[in-house]
Design a protein around this ligand. Structure first.
Ligand SMILES: [Zn+2]
Length: 397
């Protein structure tokens, strides 16, 4: 049942109209009378926007729905990684069950697409990826999930990982991940040469976690730019976090952003409150594709986060010091259209012919909806209602 007449909504906060949906696509925006036996929903005058997009998360890590995970460990990156790898199964973090909970939570809050990094290491092989792939299959028609083969524990310091990444790409992971080639691997040339060779071999894009701050992160970015040029990978590389772009050196950051724009590198931000983050307004000015994500939520790394991209828009907005309405509209754009631009989602939007993937926001204006983390009365995926009043229509395991 993918026909629907959605009446009384305000696309992007504009004039009140109806959305006519046929065969999972938006067939018209205006005023319509329902055809016989066409389902009708009343949007109650809510704002309609295309589905929210979590373009950087970790579906395989959350403890959501499990007993509270007590954590009094040190906040040291390498120690967090090692603790999680060695203890996740014993703690009960089943990758399939937990990724179902996380993804359904996102859908209930208006998301229609996810890019999830999923851990690959020699201890677990591809078993964690298998669990998330099962979730992707089960949630077809509810939410689209793209999987990044992610070497969380490192590549060069974890022998056997490169071969597993190769196999994961063969088995259908859409994107190749990477992590701090200097900070984690102590061997930037080693990791980056392997990643770019694998990406070229499988013709897949790269999305690398770069927590490296300041000049170290800038150095890694420059090594990436060289390899993007050498391999013709313009438009096919994303940098997640990119904390180096938040460094306190305006000119240096400007030089980096210039190359990022020139090479059409995408940036994914989580607005991490504890780190220096890229300025989304500065990236907008430079014409850089920018998406956002919730990152890990309530996992062994830390207790914060919600499976809710509007909540994340608020975090990103506050971290970026945004105040004006047009800035708040831009942060909402980043958690929707921006993610679609990064993930190259076809048919995204509310125009005639677009996929009927959308969410309603019960706010006065787009800016108001962001600061309020407005309720989402209805979420539609492919013309089908998949959540109502914050509750998904699929059962939470
Ligand atoms: Zn991450």
């Amino acid at each position: 049942m993918t026909n629907l007449l959605l009446r009384n909504v305000r696309p992007y906060g504009g004039a009140n109209s109806d959305l006519l949906i046929r065969d999972g696509r938006i067939d018209g925006v205006g005023r319509f009378e329902p055809a016989p036996d066409m389902p009708v929903e009343d949007g109650g005058g809510a704002i309609a926007i295309p589905g929210l997009i979590d373009a950087h998360t970790h579906l395989d890590k959350t403890t959501w729905g499990m007993p509270w995970h007590e954590n009094n460990r040190r906040a040291v990156l390498r120690e967090r990684i090692d603790f999680e790898r060695e203890n996740r199964i014993a703690i009960g973090i089943d990758p399939h069950r937990q990724s179902m909970r996380h993804a359904i939570g996102l859908a209930a809050h208006g998301a229609t697409h996810i890019r999830s990094h999923v851990d690959i290491d020699p201890v677990h092989g591809l078993s964690i990826v298998d669990g998330v792939m099962e979730t992707r299959e089960k949630l077809k028609g509810v939410i689209d999930i793209e999987i990044v083969a992610f070497p969380q524990s490192g590549v060069m310091v974890m022998p056997g990982t490169a071969e597993l990444l190769d196999e994961a790409l063969r088995q259908g992971c859409e994107v190749l991940g990477g992590i701090d080639p200097c900070g984690i691997d102590r061997d930037p040339k080693g990791q980056l040469d392997i990643l770019f060779a694998l990406a070229v071999k499988h013709q897949k894009p790269i999305d690398i976690h770069l927590h490296e701050a300041g000049d170290l992160g800038a150095f890694t970015m420059e090594l990436m730019f060289e390899r993007i040029r050498a391999n013709g990978m313009q438009g096919k590389v994303a940098i997640s976090h990119a904390f180096a772009l938040g460094m306190n050196d305006y000119l240096r950051v400007g030089q980096l952003i210039e190359q990022i724009a020139e090479l059409d590198v995408a940036i994914l931000t989580t607005g991490a409150p504890s780190a220096t983050v890229p300025s989304i307004m500065r990236l907008k000015q430079a014409g850089v594709r920018v998406g956002a994500g919730c990152d890990g939520i309530r996992d062994t790394w830390g207790p914060w986060g919600q499976p809710d991209m509007l909540d994340r828009a608020k975090v990103v907005g506050m971290k970026n010091g945004l105040r004006s309405d047009h800035e708040l509209e831009h942060v909402l754009n980043i958690v929707s259209q921006g993610g679609a631009d990064v993930m190259r989602i076809e048919g995204y939007g509310l125009a005639e012919g677009c996929n009927a993937d959308l969410t309603l926001l019960a706010g006065e204006t787009l800016a108001h909806a962001v600061v309020e983390v407005a309720p989402r009365p209805l979420v539609v995926k492919g013309g089908r209602v998949i959540a109502r009043g914050g509750q998904a229509v699929v059962d939470m395991p």
